[in-house]
Design a protein around this ligand. Structure first.
Ligand code: SF4
Ligand code: SF4
Length: 401
């Protein structure tokens, strides 16, 4: 049980020690001060401190607090109240509305769009509006997930699952969604992708666009309810989408969550694949046996859910694969936080321990479940970073060898 009552805080400072942002910058007052301590003043309408915007919403304070104080959401809710009265910047609008931008760029060749994003002039303009020119932004896929899924031929199968891709897989990493479809088909499941599903709302809410996030939550929950009533599991691959559905929607939009009796959580696709392996539906016999060393990074939003590390478990089950947990903290990106000009250096400093661990390990292959963690780790290390399911498919699919 998590509390947002500031009086539950006993000022032990455990969260301060675990906060990756407070560790690297004095611009942030830290979780205890910005969270429960400031909340008492907020209750007296004492105004807001600029330091609040430096909270990365990574949830490490929540994971560590022995009193179960929901520091991260004390901060998020305070930011939302602030943004109701102070319009977010154009930069934050751009970073929040990636799905809308992806819908628009579909009509242009992706090579042109991506060249447009990386050329020095665009970088200069982005920097001028507050997106760091030093950051590597994710690039749009040539064909986005809806188009790839439409043209993908699934065999006739009777067992069914629904897939919620989220905006990252939809626009930037559709091949990971297709790898999941391939694996589920092989395990005997037909995959349904309802096009009504939209971005989970995390980038919208964290950047101050509460109304847009509520709209998305309403659409997504209506669709989720429909499949719940049909008794078909709805799977997700993105830790931040899962966290939004499981824990944030019931806090941010309780009236919407009530429609589902508060049971808004999606199923974790990798846990589902693990259960297929355990039930013998997805045999690993015949998987490529060549030795592969993988270092796995657990995204903060996965750890915050308390569901273990299904991606790491999957990798450990693969014949020939030796997977280890990097266990080196946050990568520093926190969605779009590390792309922001005033936060880029903080994000890189936060991720430096992880980058060093990866570089010092000498390991070639890195894996993580989160799309933006992947971008940040590649940016910070130069190492290739895959989703665990990319590796699973590569080793099972003989046409990929
Ligand atoms: S860890 Fe929890 S109880 Fe301790 S200072 Fe932080 S919020 Fe308060
Ligand atoms: S959410 Fe992360 S950055 Fe924000 S206070 Fe908690 S630990 Fe620090």
């Amino acid at each position: 049980m998590k509390h947002r009552n500031p009086d539950k805080c006993v000022a032990c400072s455990t969260c301060v020690v675990q906060c990756p942002v407070a560790e690297v910058t004095s611009k942030f007052l830290g979780p205890r001060m910005t969270g429960p301590a400031s909340e008492r003043f907020r209750l007296l309408n004492a105004g807001e401190d600029e330091s609040l915007s430096y909270c990365a919403n990574c949830k490490n304070c929540n994971i560590s607090c022995p009193q179960g104080v929901d520091v991260a959401n004390i901060n998020m809710l305070a930011r939302t109240r602030y943004s109701r009265e102070h319009r977010p910047s154009f930069r934050d609008w751009i970073l929040a509305h990636g799905e809308l931008e992806a819908d628009l760029v579909r009509f242009f060749p992706s090579s042109l769009v991506n060249f447009g994003m990386v050329n020095p002039l665009t970088k200069f303009v982005l920097d001028a509006i507050g997106i760091s020119k030093k950051a590597d932004l994710p690039t749009f896929a040539r064909d986005q997930f809806p188009a790839l899924f439409k043209s993908y031929r699934q065999p006739t199968l009777h067992k069914k699952v629904v897939f919620f891709p989220g905006c990252y897989i939809k626009a930037y990493a559709p091949e990971t969604g297709i790898d999941l479809v391939w694996l589920l088909n092989r395990a005997g499941y037909n995959v349904i992708y309802p096009e009504n599903f939209c971005c989970c709302g995390t980038p919208l809410y964290t950047n101050g666009f509460e109304k847009d996030a509520r709209k998305n939550a309403a659409v997504n929950l209506l669709e989720l309810k429909k499949w719940r009533e049909e008794g078909i599991p709805v799977l997700s691959l993105c830790p931040s989408c899962q966290l939004m559905f499981r824990s944030e929607i019931p806090i941010y939009f309780p009236e919407l969550a009530e429609e589902l009796d508060g049971k808004t959580a999606l199923d974790d696709a990798q846990e589902f694949i693990l259960s297929c392996i355990e039930k013998g539906e997805l045999p690993l016999a015949g998987a490529e046996q060549n030795k592969l060393d993988v270092m796995y990074h657990a995204p903060c939003h996965l750890r915050a859910q308390g569901i273990g590390m299904p991606g790491l478990e999957l990798l450990k089950k693969l014949p020939g694969v030796h997977a280890v947990n990097a266990d080196a903290g946050c990568c520093g990106i926190s969605g779009s936080y590390g792309f922001k000009k005033e936060k880029y250096d903080i994000g890189m400093a936060v991720g430096s321990q992880l980058f060093r661990t990866i570089k010092d390990s000498g390991i070639e292959q890195v894996a993580t479940d989160c799309g933006t963690c992947r971008v940040q780790i590649m940016h910070g290390t130069g190492h290739p970073v895959a989703h665990p399911l990319n590796i699973l498919r590569r080793r099972l699919d003989t046409t990929r060898r």
